[in-house]
Design a protein around this ligand. Sequence first.
Ligand code: FAD
Length: 478
Amino acid sequence: MANQGPVIWWIRRDLRLRDNPALAQAIALAKGAGVIPVYILDPLDMAMGAAPQLRLGLGLGKFAETLKACGSKLVLRRGSALAVLKEICTEVGAQAVVWSRAYDPDAIARDSEVKAALKDLGIEAKSTGGRVLFEPWTVATGAGGMFKVYTPFWKAVRECDPGGVLAAPSALPRPGQWPATLELEELGLGRAMNRGADIVAAHCHVGEDAAQARLDQFLERAVIAYKTDRDAPAVQGCSGLSENLAWGEISPHRIWHAGMAVWHTGMAQAGAETFLKELCWREFAYHLMYHSPQILTRNWRPQWDAFPWEAEPNPQVLTWQQGRTGYTLVDAAMRELYVTGRMHNRARMVVASFLCKHLMIHWKLGMRWFEDCLVDWDPAANAMGWQWVAGSGPDAAPFFRIFNPDTQAQTHDPQRAYRDLWLAEGKRAPSPQALSFFDAVPRHWALRPDMGPALPVVDLKVGRARALEAHAALKSQS
Ligand code: FAD
């Protein structure tokens, strides 16, 4: 096809104008012929959990406004990505389709098929970076293999240049003809939330401007004490940017360069370094997922296949999901997750350890619950987080490191501020946040704030001893 038609910018998890290589590529290829931003709700996105879908819908709504403000339009479609792209290409005579790469195996398979099929039709198909700082295949050990341990990975990437930050275009060239579009409501992205969608939505910080504001605020203040405050769930000591990174409302490059600038001023060196290291845990997760995609579905260490997890279904899973385990830090964290779609990192480690170790419930069940509830759901970080805590993953926490939820509470929430914020039972005047949990839960859970504190589902000593015994048996077999 000759270079006269518009270019389709196939938007996925990259809802931004600033520093978006796919968009820059689309504009360059279009040579003034017009760029058509298209989002397709395809089977992979339809399979996402309820909260990620809800958050995607909020992000698309906001991004549609952004595009409108610069003279463009967000085209929404549903169906198989390839079929829809072919349809639109025919409809408008597009010459090329451009998108930002994804790295999970299902997306890679889909994108490879799309690329090959479009090329067969004479349509240019281009994928770009933008989701991660370093393409996973560009970082390798001295022997040329993948990194399996974080610290050497960090040492390898910290000196690398991830490339600069691209400015947002002032306007997007309009095509001569717009293809048909669905209304956002027709995608039904909030439908899977059979619970308090509005409650969760009120806690979200949606869009590029919100993401940039979060970054600016964090680097102005919180970064100074980040090294210590990042472990205190009651303190706003972290950036909160995972929600925006998950939907591509900010690029990791922008965060990296802003963090580096603070690091080099020497004002908040320790905080900035720790922050950049955390950002690189995200990179590490993508590196692992790309090179060993089985991390999403199976024990990364196959010797874990013989671990005697509790049989399913197990009623204790529900007590954990509902925040009724009887351990206040675990319960507060599970409430925070349900109400806000987010959970503090320290709390994620504690609730995951409690489920996998004290209750000996398979990490996959926890991973799936997070996938259903997190507005910052990220396949790579979620799988790595769960397998890290369980002990079955690369560079994982040693199995004998079993977080005691009570000790963790004393260390990381000594004034009970976090637990008081999220727990209502047994309180004379619960906080509005704690009460909002009861508005958010499905009716069939039959939970009420006046039902009294939950009794412990397991004795901590007994649970710990049982888990250690099972692990010792596993080790003796391998
Ligand atoms: P900050 O402390 O401000 O850190 C800055 C950025 O670094 C984060 O936004 C995030 O992109 C990255 N980061 C920080 N810690 C980690 C980490 N441990 N692993 C990977 N990246 C990290 N993160 C997700 O984004 N999505 C998930 O689905 C997810 N699931 C998790 C499940 C478990 C069991 C665990 C233990 C962790 C999980 N994490 C996940 C990682 C981490 O908890 C969140 O990234 C962090 O809480 C986000 O808060 P923040 O943006 O304020 O982070």
